[in-house]
Write a protein that binds this ligand. Structure first.
Ligand SMILES: NC(=O)c1ccc[n+]([C@@H]2O[C@H](COP(=O)([O-])OP(=O)(O)OC[C@H]3O[C@@H](n4cnc5c(N)ncnc54)[C@H](O)[C@@H]3O)[C@@H](O)[C@H]2O)c1
Length: 272
């Protein structure tokens, strides 16, 4: 499936760590759809080297930026505008990290310094990024900004830990900043709430395998893959969704609106 729906559009893609990353798949899909972009990730992630392979594959450049650092973000946006020759049409924030999840801290015993760090990386960075884009007036009219979220923002998934709170905050920032971006610049801001996906960030969540299987059986269409997420993202970057804004859009095969599936009931009855 390759339609040139992003021909002539320019942007920035955050968060391609390896070939499993949702941002990695998105970069390839945006490229296939005719979009041009700069890739970025935290300096520590760049040292792992894989992103350079992606940059070569799609014929672009990588600019290091810690998304919690305003100076880095300002330099990145300047670089992207110069390299791409003008303002931006799309930006993907595909960033998440919890030190408490990484170190296996239980939610009832969170380390609050780590909690703040994870909140800054996973949620506040979205405000910092948009503030930078807004103040520089770096987005074109009818541009599109997307961040990735998870349904733990609305419902309790115990192993998702403090990332649940980070995602709730992230979604709120999308609505709050999205209002001003819409009113003042005619730019849309949305979050996509994606199915559980086997990526580096996903694998960090305790018991992900069991959970993936559960979500697969609950969702009438099955879990959405990272490639499918990339397809959805480019629809939001395209001109076909110009009036969609301030939304948290579930891309989850129907999981969010399913109370229970017959597959799960059959399994439970089988056990009794
Ligand atoms: N994998 C899932 O199950 C799932 C489900 C729903 C939503 N999401 C969200 O999708 C997004 C992408 O995650 P992924 O699953 O592709 O995993 P991933 O690990 O491939 O991507 C996370 C990215 O965040 C980057 N990052 C971390 N700290 C950073 C910083 N300070 N500055 C800049 N970048 C930083 C990492 O380097 C990495 O590239 C995240 O927001 C994640 O929470 C993932």
């Amino acid at each position: 499936m390759s339609y040139k729906i992003l021909e002539g559009k320019k942007g920035i893609i955050f968060g391609a760590l390896d070939d499993q990353s949702i941002a990695w798949k998105t970069a390839k899909t945006v490229h296939d759809a005719g979009g041009k972009f700069i890739l970025t990730n935290a300096p520590v992630a760049l040292r792992m080297g894989a992103i350079k392979e992606l940059a070569e594959e799609v014929g672009t450049k990588v600019f290091p930026a810690d998304a919690t650092n305003l100076e880095d973000l300002n330099s990145l946006v300047d670089f992207a505008q110069t390299e791409l020759g003008g303002n931006l049409d799309f930006v993907l924030h595909s960033i998440g990290m919890s030190v408490n999840v990484r170190k296996g801290k239980h939610y009832t015993d969170l380390n609050h310094d780590w909690m703040q760090k994870g909140w800054d990386v996973s949620a506040v960075s979205f405000h910092k990024l948009m503030q930078c884009l807004y103040k520089k007036d770096a987005m074109n009219t009818w541009g599109s900004i997307v961040a990735l979220s998870y349904i733990a923002a609305q419902r309790t998934f115990p192993n998702y830990n403090d990332m649940a709170d980070n995602k709730a905050y992230l979604e709120s920032i999308a609505r709050s900043f999205g209002y001003f971006f819409g009113k003042d610049k005619k730019v849309r801001v949305n979050t996509i709430s994606q199915s559980p996906t086997l990526t580096t960030a996903g694998k960090g969540v305790k018991g992900l395998d069991g959970f993936l299987k559960y979500a697969e059986e609950m969702s009438p269409l099955g879990n959405a893959t990272a490639e499918e997420c990339a397809d959805y993202i480019i629809s939001l970057f395209s001109d076909y969704t110009r009036k969609v804004t301030l939304q948290n859009l579930f891309h989850d095969g129907g999981f969010s609106n399913t109370g229970v599936s017959q597959d799960i009931i059959d399994r439970l009855m089988g056990d009794s």
